[in-house]
Design a protein around this ligand. Structure first.
Ligand SMILES: *[C@@H]1O[C@H](CO)[C@@H](O)[C@H](O)[C@H]1NC(C)=O
Ligand SMILES: *[C@@H]1O[C@H](CO)[C@@H](O)[C@H](O)[C@H]1NC(C)=O
Ligand SMILES: *[C@@H]1O[C@H](CO)[C@@H](O)[C@H](O)[C@H]1NC(C)=O
Ligand SMILES: *[C@@H]1O[C@H](CO)[C@@H](O)[C@H](O)[C@H]1NC(C)=O
Length: 292
């Protein structure tokens, strides 16, 4: 059983069904960050699949899907249900992120946390967010004409234009503003921590401590088979940040961690690159076969 999760930072929970919220008001519905994906969403999906199939799960995450997986596995939420994990364009530490829009947005989110929290749903196609994004697009170095590049860095190696256009018809989608703020904190603080409520007393209220608890990647079970693939041109999953992530996995059992580096790959190449099947997916399938 293989489960895929993730995509770009701005991808939320926006299939037609999941935005139809009949019982919650909008501000409650969108009151989540990736902490909730780690604690509730991913475990619920695992429980459901495990329950239906009775089989342990091979997990594949891309981008946000790697962050959720890494954090969730480090907290032990999938104990007994996970067979192996594949992380493509891993995102955990984001201090070296170079995508122009990402950097500017991160600064803006941290700075404008109070005004933005007035809008619970961060819908890139909605009016308030469009105004906000347009203001970011005026920063030097940010070229929003090419949105995919502005978000993920230049994917000039292997993208098929018509595939990229199909992608951009559906993405980016809504996410929670709180999720964007949490990502901005991850960029700013350089650590993998739970959502920071911005004031020590609020953090105490939520966590019993005045700073948010850290996720400890070193606690991922050391015998979990992991395949990690990252690209040399990836502006979101920067090579230096991946090195930091690998450093946290240095206690992993020898032979259980396979790392692939693809020099000319950027963020979207892992899901849309015309050579992804040959270069990435064939290795992933082989990895799964080796860990049945
Ligand atoms: C969001 O949920 C938290 C609990 O997780 C709660 O403390 C907070 O008041 C909620 N915020 C809003 C705006 O509803
Ligand atoms: C799945 O859940 C249902 C009800 O929660 C339970 O009756 C059933 O035995 C479970 N199936 C498996 C394979 O765990
Ligand atoms: C690009 O995508 C289109 C539409 O899916 C397809 O017909 C075409 O063969 C693709 N080109 C390459 C080089 O893969
Ligand atoms: C993280 O967990 C490892 C053991 O898995 C431990 O050695 C290390 O001290 C922990 N780090 C923090 C910051 O708690």
């Amino acid at each position: 059983m293989v489960l895929m999760y993730g995509l770009l930072t701005l991808e939320g929970q926006d299939s037609a069904e999941s935005t139809l919220h009949s019982t919650l008001a909008s501000r409650d519905f969108w009151n989540w960050s990736w902490d909730e994906l780690v604690t509730y969403d991913l475990p619920a999906v695992f429980d459901f699949v495990f329950n239906q199939t009775g089989q342990k799960i091979h997990y594949i995450g891309h981008s946000q899907g790697t962050l959720i997986g890494l954090a969730s596995f480090s907290e032990g939420h999938q104990a007994g249900k996970l067979k192996s994990a594949v992380f493509l364009s891993p995102i955990a530490y984001l201090s070296h992120m170079t995508t122009a829009l990402g950097v500017v947005a991160a600064k803006a989110f941290v700075g404008e946390i109070t005004t933005l929290l007035g809008i619970a749903e961060f819908n890139p196609k909605g009016k308030e967010v469009t105004v906000f994004l347009n203001s970011l697009c005026n920063y030097p170095g940010v070229d929003c004409y090419d949105l995919l590049n502005a978000l993920t860095g230049s994917n000039n190696c292997c993208l098929n234009l018509s595939t990229a256009n199909i992608f951009l018809k559906n993405e980016p989608q809504s996410t929670a503003t709180k999720n964007m703020v949490h990502f901005a904190q991850t960029v700013r603080d350089g650590v993998l921590a739970k959502y920071n409520y911005g004031r020590p007393d609020y953090n105490v209220m939520h966590y019993g401590e005045d700073t948010p608890p850290l996720y400890n990647i070193s606690n991922i079970p050391h015998d979990l088979p992991i395949f990690m693939s990252y690209g040399g041109l990836d502006a979101l999953s920067d090579v230096q940040d991946v090195q930091l992530l690998l450093d946290h996995l240095k206690f992993h059992d020898v032979g259980k961690l396979t790392v692939q580096y693809i020099k000319n790959y950027a963020h979207a190449d892992f899901i849309m690159g015309i050579s992804a099947k040959d270069i990435v997916y064939n290795q992933v399938v082989q990895f799964f076969k080796n860990h049945q």
